[in-house]
Design a protein around this ligand. Structure first.
Ligand code: SF4
Length: 215
């Protein structure tokens, strides 16, 4: 496993590669970010960004979304995976925001995860991006990159990946690192064809060395 020092060395290199890494989900408020992140589960940000302009134009606030007919929400998000469940969840989530939080998005993980369709990863994204609270959301890219570089154990659960990253990375860098690792995984250390041959991390990456030796 990579030490704390080596982990930060690797992450600093990723910062240099992707200095502009940031949330790619289009949103204009914490509420819209929350809804976009719920919609992004098992879907690409690109597919979510194609659907949300029409959704948010029609239903920009918790009040309007909570009052929307589910069938109409379905029509607006049907290009996104799992759209039926997601339509019910985002309507119910908007209603809960109104009932319990005066129409505001709550800031704590406990409150966020009590909302329909909101798991720990979604809560972490909202905490970090909407409110600047330190949190590391472990999505498929963060998990893959962490495991390939042996920042965490290969058989680590998502929760263990998150805990390992929190242990090895200073708190003030959690949100930045989350975005940077997503960009690194999305555009460089891709799931099927990672760019090991041009990777500046190859010398410290067990996965990359194994892949390159097989070529
Ligand atoms: Fe990913 Fe390959 Fe770089 Fe390792 S060497 S981090 S597997 S791209």
């Amino acid at each position: 496993m990579l030490s704390k020092e080596k982990t930060m060395e690797a992450i600093e290199i990723m910062y240099d590669m992707f200095p502009d890494a940031a949330c790619e989900l289009t949103h204009k408020s914490p509420f819209q970010l929350l809804i976009a992140v719920i919609l992004s589960a098992q879907a690409t940000d690109i597919s979510v960004n194609k659907a949300t302009p029409a959704l948010f134009a029609a239903y920009p606030t918790p009040e309007t979304l909570a009052a929307a007919p589910v069938e109409d929400i379905i029509q607006k998000i049907k290009t996104i995976g799992l759209y039926r469940n997601k339509a019910k969840n985002i309507k119910a989530c908007a209603a809960q925001l109104l009932e319990r939080y005066n129409g505001e998005v709550p800031k704590t993980r406990e409150e966020l995860t009590s909302l329909p369709g909101v798991g720990r990863k979604t809560a972490n994204v909202v905490m970090g991006d909407a409110f600047g609270e330190p949190a590391i959301a472990v999505d498929t890219h963060v998990e893959r990159v962490s495991k390939r570089l042996r920042i965490c154990k290969l058989d680590a659960s998502v929760m263990e990946v998150e805990q390992t990253l929190m242990r090895k990375i200073p708190k003030e860098l959690w949100v930045k690192t989350h975005h940077t690792m997503i960009f690194f995984g999305r555009y460089h250390c891709l799931a099927r064809n990672p760019k090991c041959d041009i990777c500046p991390l190859l010398s410290m990456c067990q996965e990359g060395k194994t892949r390159m030796s097989g070529k």
